[in-house]
Design a protein around this ligand. Structure first.
Ligand code: ATP
Ligand code: MG
Length: 570
């Protein structure tokens, strides 16, 4: 490709409305342009990287035995009504009517459509397992589209769906996808972790998110310093404390005038917050429930919601709080309340602690569970933090990372197949429900996440496998015949060897060309200048290390070919 005839509209200034570096650099490098909030044009350079990710995804999905098809973006309301998601999905589902008043939506994901295909076409256990996937444009009317391709409204996703005869067969399909995902993100050159993720109402420990580690990530993930346990903060388990064996002291009422927060109460009473217990009132499916956590811990609402098996859970309003605790806001405690009390398991290991007294300016010292108040159940309901002991091994401590979710694998069980009646006949001719799994990868988000991890002050540093071009040949002057001739020669030799090469043949100053080359992040650059040419040499510059090698032309060509071949051979 000749730069002079190509279309790479680079920009010098940092765009004002781009908050994260990948968004800034994709705009500046001329990869994308915004059309509307969360809706983008993929310009040629951006499209090339997107297509590279798609190709890697496609190869690995095919290698894992999945089969590509393509479903429509426009999907009819009836299918969504059958699964119940027409009501459930809320405003992220963009709904509209056609000229005959038929209701439709733009597909945000395709469980319904694919299950409809399978229930019509699959009859027998002999046709299972099957895994079908597509690479397609999705639409989700995200409440806050932002960060460019990272959280768009229209975005490209690879979504795959597996269908199996039973749960253990579905586990095998899941594992194949998990392994394929590892290979995909490794091949893309990403630094990632697979973490256990919350499965919400579907239950089980059967979901993993693939997280690209980056400070700008929206997710917090925790991983053990010693073993391979890693989980999303929503899901990360805490290690139970041993039951306390301390001597129980007599409970004592203490006046705590205007001290409401844990910090205020603890410092007023001269104790560390870990010797206090805070009581929170939540409403789970219309029922007020008291949650207890150690003063220095935070309640994990999602864990509590899952423990209670609630469909909805939110913090109580002041009015409900007062009614449930019998006292003003800031003084709730577990003694004497009639609502269910769910205590975090860390409280099992505590004795003689401080609790709220359910009356203005009142707390109790030396409170103890069982003796002074009843606990409906102890459960793991707190948020794990950095430094907590690992729940799986005996030696590690949990470390916190920020991550960008680029992929998600999920065991669905029979959630959709039951609702849509996707069944098969087993070997005895008996009708059975199909077990499903679903597996998504954000293609554009993967490119953006890659840039979050791979950039410097001058621009993007693409890993070779998803770089828009592998190599750029910069002709230092297009007015000098030997330079033009040598550049063209190198360009042709690389191109015919299968290297994706961009020839910077623009009539611009060297500094200008180098700035663009750095910004768009081409991994390898061959600089052809008159002076070095007199010795038959060119410079090979490595974008990542900045290292420059002065090499005879043949050697430079051979090096580029070798580096590209090695990077693509993974
Ligand atoms: P998130 O929590 O980030 O909204 P999600 O859990 O809704 O993600 P899934 O439904 O699992 O995402 O979708 C599969 C993949 O699609 C995600 O792992 C992510 O890479 C990508 N994806 C989801 N939403 C978006 C979006 N708004 N823009 C770009 N990619 C997205
Ligand atoms: Mg989402």
């Amino acid at each position: 490709m000749r730069y002079s005839q190509y279309f790479i509209p680079t920009v010098k200034e940092t765009p004002a409305d781009a908050e994260v570096i990948s968004h800034q650099l994709m705009l500046r490098a001329g990869m994308i342009r915004k059309v509307a909030a969360g809706v983008y044009n993929y310009l040629p350079l951006g499209l090339r990287s997107i297509r590279k990710v798609e190709q890697i995804v496609r190869e690995e999905m095919n290698r894992a035995g999945a089969i590509e098809l393509l479903m429509p973006m426009v999907t009819p309301a009836e299918l969504w009504q059958e699964s119940g998601r027409w009501e459930f999905y809320g405003k992220e589902l963009l709904r509209f009517k056609d000229r005959k008043d038929g209701e439709f939506c733009l597909g945000p994901t395709h469980e319904e459509v694919i299950t409809d295909i399978v229930r019509r076409e699959i009859r027998s256990y002999r046709q299972l397992p099957i895994n079908l996937y597509q690479i397609q444009t999705k639409f989700r009317d995200e409440i806050r589209p932002r960060f460019g391709l990272m959280r768009g409204r229209e975005f490209i996703m690879k979504d795959a769906y597996s269908f199996d005869v039973d749960s253990s067969a579905a586990d095998i399909s899941y594992d194949k996808m998990y392994q394929a995902y590892r290979r995909i993100f490794e091949r893309c050159g990403l630094n990632f972790r697979a973490v256990e993720a919350d499965t919400g109402s579907i239950g089980g420990s059967s979901s993993h998110e693939f997280m690209v580690l980056a400070d700008s990530g929206e997710d917090a993930i925790l991983s053990c310093s010693a073993c391979d346990y890693a989980a999303n903060v929503e899901k990360a388990e805490s290690k139970p404390f041993p039951e306390s064996t301390g001597e129980l002291l007599p409970k004592e009422a203490v006046a705590t005038p205007d001290r409401k927060t844990i910090e205020e109460v603890a410092s007023f009473l001269g104790v560390h917050p870990d010797q206090t217990v805070k009581a929170l009132i939540v409403v789970a499916d219309d029922e007020p429930v008291m949650a207890l956590v150690r003063g220095d811990h935070d309640l994990n609402e999602l864990k509590l919601k899952n423990f209670l098996g609630a469909a909805e859970l939110e913090m109580a309003t002041d009015e409900v709080y007062v009614k449930a605790s019998g006292g003003p806001v800031g003084f709730a405690g577990p003694s004497g309340v009639t609502v269910r009390v769910i205590a975090d398991q860390a409280i099992q290991g505590m004795c003689n602690f401080i609790i709220g007294g359910n009356a203005k300016d009142l707390h109790f010292r030396n409170a103890n569970h069982s003796r002074d108040f009843d606990v409906t159940a102890f459960a793991d309901i707190r948020t794990v933090v950095s430094g907590d002991p690992c729940p799986r091994c005996s030696s590690g401590a949990m470390e916190v990372w920020r991550g960008i979710e680029v992929g998600h694998v999920f065991k669905l069980g029979t959630k959709y197949s039951e609702k849509l009646k996707a069944t098969y006949l087993d070997a005895d001719g008996k009708e059975q429900v199909i077990f499903m799994g679903c597996y998504g990868i954000g293609v554009g988000r993967s490119v953006a996440a890659c840039i979050e991890q791979n950039h410097d002050a001058n621009g993007i540093i693409f890993p070779i496998p998803i770089a828009p071009f592998h190599c750029i040949v910069s002709a230092l002057s297009v007015k000098e015949e030997p330079v033009v001739k040598a550049s063209e020669d190198i360009y042709n030799r690389l191109a015919s060897a299968g290297v994706e090469v961009l020839l910077d043949d623009r009539d611009e100053r060297p500094g200008f060309k180098f700035k663009d080359a750095d910004l768009i992040g081409i991994p390898l650059r061959i600089v052809v200048g008159a002076k070095n040419l007199t010795e038959g040499k060119v410079e090979l510059k490595h974008r990542r290390s900045g290292e420059v090698e002065l090499l005879p032309i043949d050697e430079a060509v051979a090096r580029v070919r070798k580096l590209v071949a090695e990077a693509l051979a993974q």
